[in-house]
Design a protein around this ligand. Sequence first.
Ligand code: ATP
Ligand code: ATP
Ligand code: MG
Ligand code: MG
Ligand code: MG
Ligand code: MG
Length: 257
Amino acid sequence: MAKSKYEYVKQFELDDSLLPNTWLVVRIDGRGFHKFATAHGFTKPNDRPGLDLMNACAVAVMKDIQDVVLAYGESDEYSFVLHRSSNLYTRRASKIASTVVSLFAASYVFLWSRHFPEKTLQYPPCFDARVVCYPSDSNLRDYLCWRQADCHINNLYNTCFWEIVHSGRSEKEAEDELRGTVASEKNEMLFSRFGINYNAVPEMFRKGSVVVREEAEVTSLSAKTGLEVVRRKRIPTVLHVDIIGEEFWKSRPELLG
Ligand code: ATP
Ligand code: ATP
Ligand code: MG
Ligand code: MG
Ligand code: MG
Ligand code: MG
């Protein structure tokens, strides 16, 4: 087909291909979710249906985009890891990040009523996205450790903060009281003042959520015979486990393979 005289504008599109043979991590984060959580009456510090919805969206992304080998989520963010061998959209950064984030945001709206049957979505939620290359397996693992450590630090702080507030103090007073405290002091405060053993706080809140493809038996009806067939399939599965230590990786050697 003959090219139109306007075709030259295509040259203004710059190449944004990501470095080959590196792990790709797309991190999405809710825009203004502090306000979004308030507008939708989220329980503080952790609204379970809100987190379940985030996890359901991550599963939806992994069902659609096979190149995602693992996802990790906490609060209003999710990180999607694409295998280093992935050639999705010839590794064009904007195509990859925009596809993941729009699929996630659309799923958030699509699945909202399933997780909040009694709450009307007040306005369209919005997420940003970035994609980063990690050259080595240890860089990738350190990235995931960074996010899980962030989840732990924030959750310990937020658990104390909201216990102080729920005990009748102002948010400013809670902030002042927690300034400069270390983890052991926060643990002690929760235990002695509020009767909370931090280790008994649900794992989803303390460790965040990991989605991996786990083998499971799936039963379906054969169109040919009408009989039940059982197949072993790899299904995106949400776990709340430690990903900093060796065990998670040792028991899943295929992840970094
Ligand atoms: P930005 O647009 O810069 O990301 P933000 O308001 O989204 O701003 P974040 O640093 O991303 O700020 O923090 C997300 C905030 O959303 C948390 O501080 C928390 O108040 C709220 N939030 C998200 N998910 C939940 C949840 N499941 N339960 C309770 N609060 C939540
Ligand atoms: P890709 O994922 O590569 O973008 P695509 O299937 O979306 O693939 P496009 O080149 O973006 O392909 O073209 C969009 C196609 O969607 C059109 O060819 C047309 O068939 C269909 N389409 C989009 N909007 C409409 C519409 N309003 N009415 C009818 N067809 C439409
Ligand atoms: Mg932010
Ligand atoms: Mg945010
Ligand atoms: Mg955030
Ligand atoms: Mg199209």
